[in-house]
Structures are given as structure tokens and as C-alpha cells.
Ligand binder design. Sequence first.
Ligand code: 5GP
Length: 186
Amino acid sequence: MNKKLFVISGCSGVGKGTVINKFMERNKDFILSVSCTTRKPREGEIDGVHYFFLTKEKFEQNIKEDKFLEYAQFAENYYGTKKKYIKQKFEEGYNIILEIETNGALQVKEKMPEAVLIFIAPPSVEELEQRLRGRHTEDEDTIQKRLAQVKTELERSKKYDYIVINDNIDRAVKEIESIVKSHDAK
Ligand code: 5GP
């Protein structure tokens, strides 16, 4: 069967991680792509599971060697998806979810027009700020940078195939499931 690639983005703190985890639990024929990054691991993050943690030098070498399907700089770090990783997961028979920011998502759409782009939006920007602060994982400076990013991301979301409002986790997951079904990926 033809396997599909779905790209899911959302503003920082929108709860996309929770929505995606729930979707993954219920849809075992999907795999969540493991990205490369130069940011430091957060507590509990494991190399090769949550990310492949690379040095800046190694990441830049991979850029030069054209190893990325897409990559972007976000909050002063590099993030990217390896072409080889995606090829391998398709060969293993999975549908793939990329949980990446908007710049990278639009690169994927250019290279693979058949990819389906889904943007998870907050019910309101005020609620988003509250969620971001409630997470207590970033300092104030980082929070400010991420909020500035929100504006850019909401603008870019206009180019996505679907926008899903995360007003309720179960409802958002069901909406993603129906999008996926409509693309014959189930
Ligand atoms: P975090 O540092 O919170 O794990 O991720 C920060 C941002 O980087 C999130 O918006 C996440 O979606 C994005 N991101 C994670 N992996 C990739 C990737 O491979 N490529 C791109 N373009 N963005 C990514």
C-alpha cells in the first residue's frame, strides 16, 4: 500500500505533543519521525528516541552533504529531518508523522507535494502564552523568543492543507484521524 507523510506543526505550547502522542497510541501503523537537533537534551530526553542530538559542526556537515529533507533554525538551534531516515521508515511500511516547525514544513511541501500539512492552532494567543509559562521548562528570554515566533507561524499556517484548533485534545485527535482517513492512509 502507498504510505503517506503527514507534517504536523503548531505554535510552541499549543499542546501538539499531547495530541500527537494520543494519535500515535491509537494508530500503530504510523511512526513519529525522530529529528536531528543541536539543542541540548531536556531532562528525560534520550538520544535516538526523542531526537538525534548533534553538535553544530556535525549538523552543518550534514547540510553541506545535502542529507536533510528539510532543516531550519529555531530559537538559535538547528532542527532537521534526514532523507535517509524517511526513506527507511517508508521501506519498513510505516505512514510517517513529522512534528516540525513551519519553515521546515513548507520545504517538505515543495520537495514532496503529496505530503499533507496539518497545523494545530490554539483557541487564542492568550491561552497559548499561559500554557507556555505553565510548562516551566524555559526561561523568560526563551519564552519571549517563542512568542515572537508565534506570529510568524500563524502567518505561515495559511499555506497548510488543514488547520485543527486544539480546544479539546480528544476532539483534535479525532479530527486528525478523519483527515488521515480522507487521504487513504488507513
Ligand atoms: P523543541 O525544542 O521544543 O523540541 O522543538 C522546537 C521546535 O522545533 C518545535 O516547533 C518542533 O516542532 C520543531 N522541530 C523539531 N524537529 C524538527 C525538524 O526536524 N525540523 C524542523 N524544521 N523543525 C523541527
